[in-house]
Design a protein around this ligand. Structure first.
Ligand SMILES: C[S@@+](CC[C@H](N)C(=O)[O-])C[C@H]1O[C@@H](n2cnc3c(N)ncnc32)[C@H](O)[C@@H]1O
Length: 288
């Protein structure tokens, strides 16, 4: 497996337990994923969960950090087998956080990797997590539909498969490891951490297109209305990004099959609308 050490994220880094993006509104601004196939970075699993809740028929995941798959497996099995109250206690009740008693009945269902991950928690505690301090239901609840209500949690239980397919690879390994086509590809905000040796936006975006987006679009993206969520941004200037994406499309890339734009997403901070997701859309005309 070729995992580029230039990346800011490494295998076995501390993990995200929940998304810090508005994954729900991201799906809305790309027209939903009902009946569609989705490929997403694994991360906390929340992009995959929201896609299933929004009616996706199949979701595959990848991540440079294989420990994220332990989070995806843990949450998937908890959602499938425990009730909402237990799930909420395990992650959000201070005195119950990661209380093994809650998940013990599920141990026989857990993979070896997940059991090792759980043992690490006993050794390292909260150092195992990114942003542990921000794991507060009040802060993230509005953005994550399956923790917003027991009804959504149960709906997700029905929509989720027993296991979500995960491949341990970096963005540069996606075309090698995935052969199928997807209607939507979600890349979270990985772009923020790529090509940091060049701080200028245009050359970074050109490299991103040539080295990552175009190969993925060629091999893995539906030829008709295939969408890549290229980057999620917080507190972004929508007008500025919309202008840049239009310039990028017309003056730089100049490929009629690839359109670029910036869409406003409801901010993770309620009442504001200043998150932005950059979207690339592929339409190959009549070609199948
Ligand atoms: C960029 S991080 C940020 C968290 C994100 N905003 C969220 O809401 O989950 C998301 C995930 O991307 C993964 N990641 C970062 N760089 C990557 C790369 N080059 N290839 C594949 N995965 C990567 C990280 O391991 C992490 O699990």
């Amino acid at each position: 497996m070729n995992i580029d050490s230039d990346y800011s994220f490494q295998d076995q880094d501390p993990v995200y337990l929940f998304t810090n993006e508005n994954a729900v509104d991201t799906l809305r601004v790309i027209g939903g994923v009902n009946g569609e196939r989705v490929l997403t970075v694994g991360a906390s699993g929340d992009h995959a969960f929201e896609a299933y809740l929004a009616g996706a028929t199949h979701v595959d995941t990848f991540d440079i950090n294989s420990a994220q798959n332990c989070v995806v497996e843990l949450k998937t099995k908890m959602i499938k087998n425990l009730d909402y109250a237990n799930f909420m206690d395990f992650f959000f009740e201070k005195n119950e956080f990661f209380n093994q008693k809650i998940i013990k009945p599920l141990y026989p269902k857990f993979s070896h990797e997940l059991m090792v991950f759980l043992a690490k928690y006993i050794m390292y505690g909260n150092a195992l997590f990114k942003y542990h301090g921000a794991i507060c239901a009040k802060y993230i609840e509005p953005n994550i539909s399956y923790i917003r209500s027991p009804e959504n949690f149960e709906k997700l239980r029905d929509a989720l498969p027993e296991k979500i397919n995960f491949v341990h690879c970096g963005l540069d390994g996606v075309t090698k490891n995935f052969q199928e086509k997807y209607d939507v590809v979600i890349l979270s905000n990985i772009f923020d951490y790529l090509y940091l040796q060049d701080m200028i936006r245009e050359p970074r975006m050109i490299r991103f297109y040539n080295e990552i987006l175009r190969p993925i679009a060629n091999q893995n993206l539906s030829r008709k209305n295939g969408r890549i969520c290229m980057n999620y941004m917080w507190n972004a200037n929508h007008g500025n990004w919309a202008n840049f994406m239009s310039h990028f499309e017309r003056a730089i890339i100049q490929r009629p099959e690839h359109k670029f734009d910036a869409r406003v997403v409801d901010s993770v901070y309620r009442g504001r609308k200043d998150d932005v997701v950059l979207v690339m859309t592929q339409n190959m005309g009549r070609q199948k």
